[in-house]
Design a protein around this ligand. Structure first.
Ligand SMILES: [Zn+2]
Length: 238
C-alpha cells in the first residue's frame, strides 16, 4: 500500500521512513515549516533523508501555527502510553519552542497528510511518534491515533490509516531499530537550536546522545569536515 511519511528531520521520523521503505511503499514525504526555531536545519535534514531513501519531499509552510501557542497537556492515557516518560528529554529548553506548545500541531499535520494521501491514492500515513512523547503530547498518544483512524475512515475515500512504527518504543529502542535499518544517522537534526550545528547540550541533544551511547554508538563532531558523524560504533573514531 502506498504511504505518505511525515518527516521532521529528527530521529523518529527518519527511522519511520526507513521502516516504511521496507514495508509501506512511501511515495511522498512531508515536512512542515511553521517557523520553528530550527526549521532551516530540520528542512535540510529532511531533504537529505528523503533523497537518501529516494522519496520525493514536499515542504508545507504553515507559518501561522507559530503564533498559536498553549501549555503542554498530559494525555489522559499517559500512564499506559508512557510508563517510562522522561519529560526532561522532550520538554523544550529555556527560550525554545521547538518541541511543542502549539496546540493540536500533530493532529493538524495528520489532517493535511490525509489530504495528500487521498489526492495521491495512498492509504497510509506513517508518523514517527514515540512512547515517551505519547505521555506529553495528547495528539501523539495511542488513543488519539486510534481515534484518528476512525475519523479518517469517515473523512477520506481511501480510508486513510495512521501507522506509527516507533510508537511503542523508547528513544533507545528507536536508535536500535534505526541502526538495524541502517539509517544515515549523520543526517539527523535533533537539536533545539537554530545554529548550524547541533549544540550537544540541549535536552534534545542530550537525550539523543544517551540513546546512541546506550546502543554503543558515538556522537562525534568532525571538525575537519564540519559534519556530524553520529551513529558510528564507539571506538572506531576518536
Ligand atoms: Zn542541542
Amino acid at each position: 500500500m502506498k504511504s505518505i511519511v511525515l518527516l521532521s528531520g529528527g530521529l523518529n521520523s527518519a527511522v519511520s521512513l526507513a521502516w516504511a521503505q521496507r514495508n509501506q511503499f512511501p511515495i511522498l514525504c512531508l515536512f512542515f515549516d511553521y517557523g520553528q526555531e530550527s526549521a532551516a536545519n530540520e528542512r535540510v535534514s529532511s531533504k537529505k533523508m528523503a533523497e537518501y531513501f529516494n522519496v520525493d519531499l514536499n515542504i508545507v509552510e504553515v507559518p501561522f501555527l507559530k503564533d498559536l501557542t498553549g501549555d503542554l497537556t498530559v494525555c489522559d492515557d499517559a500512564e499506559e502510553s508512557a510508563p517510562s516518560t522522561e519529560e526532561a528529554d522532550i520538554q523544550p529548553g529555556p527560550g525554545h519552542s521547538h518541541n511543542g506548545l502549539h496546540p493540536n500541531r500533530n493532529g493538524f499535520f495528520l489532517n493535511i497528510a490525509a489530504a495528500y494521501a487521498e489526492n495521491l491514492d495512498a492509504s497510509i500515513i506513517v508518523a514517527g511518534f514515540s512512547r515517551e512523547e505519547a505521555g506529553v503530547f495528547p495528539d501523539k498518544c495511542f488513543k488519539y491515533v486510534e481515534a484518528k483512524d476512525h475519523t479518517l475512515k469517515m473523512s477520506t475515500l481511501s480510508k486513510v490509516k495512521v501507522v506509527c512504527p516507533t510508537q511503542n518504543l523508547s528513544k533507545e529502542e528507536i536508535v536500535n531499530l534505526g541502526s538495524k535499518l541502517e539509517i544515515p544517522f549523520e543526517f539527523i537534526w535533533i537539536c533545539n537550536s537554530a545554529g548550524g550545528k547541533m549544540c550537544g547540550e540541549c535536552e534534545g541533544c542530550q537525550g539523543y546522545i544517551r540513546a546512541l551511547q546506550h546502543n554503543g554508538l558515538a556522537y562525534i563532531w568532525d571538525k575537519k569536515t564540519d559534519q556530524h558523524l553520529n551513529g558510528e560504533p564507539l571506538g572506531e573514531r576518536g
